[in-house]
Design a protein around this ligand. Sequence first.
Ligand code: CAA
Length: 399
Amino acid sequence: MNFRPSPQQDHWRAVATAFARDEVMPRARQADADRVFPIDLVKRMGQLGLLAGPVDPRWGGSGMDHLSFAMVYEALGYADAAVRGFLSVHGGLVSQCIAEHGTEDQKSNWLPRLSTGEVIGCYCLTEPGAGSDAGAIVSEARAVDGGYVLSGDKVWITNGNIAHLALVFARDPAIAAPSDRLHRQICAFLVPTASAGFHRERMTDLELGHRAADHALIRFQDLRVPNDAMLGAAGEGFKIAMSALDHGRLGVAAGAVGLGQACLDQALDFAADRRAFGRNIGEFQMIQAALADMATDLEAARHLVQRAAWNKDQGLPSTRETSMAKLHATEAALRAADQAVLILGGRGYANAYPVERHWRDAKGLQIYEGTSHIQRIVVARETQRQRAAQRVAEDPTGR
Ligand code: CAA
């Protein structure tokens, strides 16, 4: 057990913290008000090596460990949830997924450009009729001579309007699958967004939070892709989607810790300066109790994030740990934002400080890349599975 960051982790945390403080934070409020994603920051993140995360340097990645990447997400989450959200999708859901499941050609074709920001990625899973129940998607991939024809609609696609590459999930109805395992018809495809039949439009004025993020409605209309656009094997798409979410959710969880920490720091500063009833409000026990709960909650969340990242670095299963981290960190972030707005009172509510934005953004963290309900399902199933395996190991006869 070693809680001291390695020199490599210190390095990436320092790079990301300076970038977030000097280049992301000063623009966050305006980007939120304008509802415009600060796209120039993408190339900058590429120059700093932040986009590539744990991708192997052979493919243009930074080769950082997952603990370092979690620190990068936390630093960005402290400054702006929309920029951090960009990275969870681009780096976590797309680049890491290609690195894990791609052929040599797919990796050499896409990863170096994703690592510099020349190519931006989006992840097309959610549909109007299939959000939490991702296995129920109805977008189709019909096999034709030499490839597939894609048709269907996707919603809430982060980076969808600015992306050059879409990781698309669609069902091939010709794949034979048991009626209760129809997710085994789902395939994954790497689709250039410049392809004929790729239509997208911006989702506007819908969002409570993440207003600077780019969200798209996407339609595939008889969009033709060659066979070698398929990521992984036919029918493996659902598992690929889930394994990608194991990466993306770590980004959401770590970003939530950053957001919560920003709320705590602002509440601490305000409590230290604001005077009421003849003293600084930080001297009142009710304020101190709130600050203590926020600090404890966030520290627990940070440890869960680090545990999930550490499992990934060790090559250990991390689905359960990642969902625990996502569940607890996003709920803790929302609690922290709620308390910060309360402690700052009128100033917090009136957006004189960023806690109002953080409160709106925190609600989104609880929902996307799998709601808190979904994370509980994942944690419960994995925990039950582990216990069942333990019981068999303890008594193989089952008595
Ligand atoms: N890694 C690899 N494989 C996995 C896996 C994982 N983490 N989790 C499940 N699988 C496999 C299972 O082993 C199973 O394999 P078999 O076919 O061999 O049996 C298969 O996937 C199906 O698993 P389940 O039976 O558990 O599937 P389910 O239908 O009960 O669903 C779920 C499970 C956890 C609820 C899943 O549907 C889920 O995570 N839903 C939430 C989806 C979500 O997060 N959506 C947001 C996407 S973000 C987006 O689209 C927009 C954007 O821009 C970010």
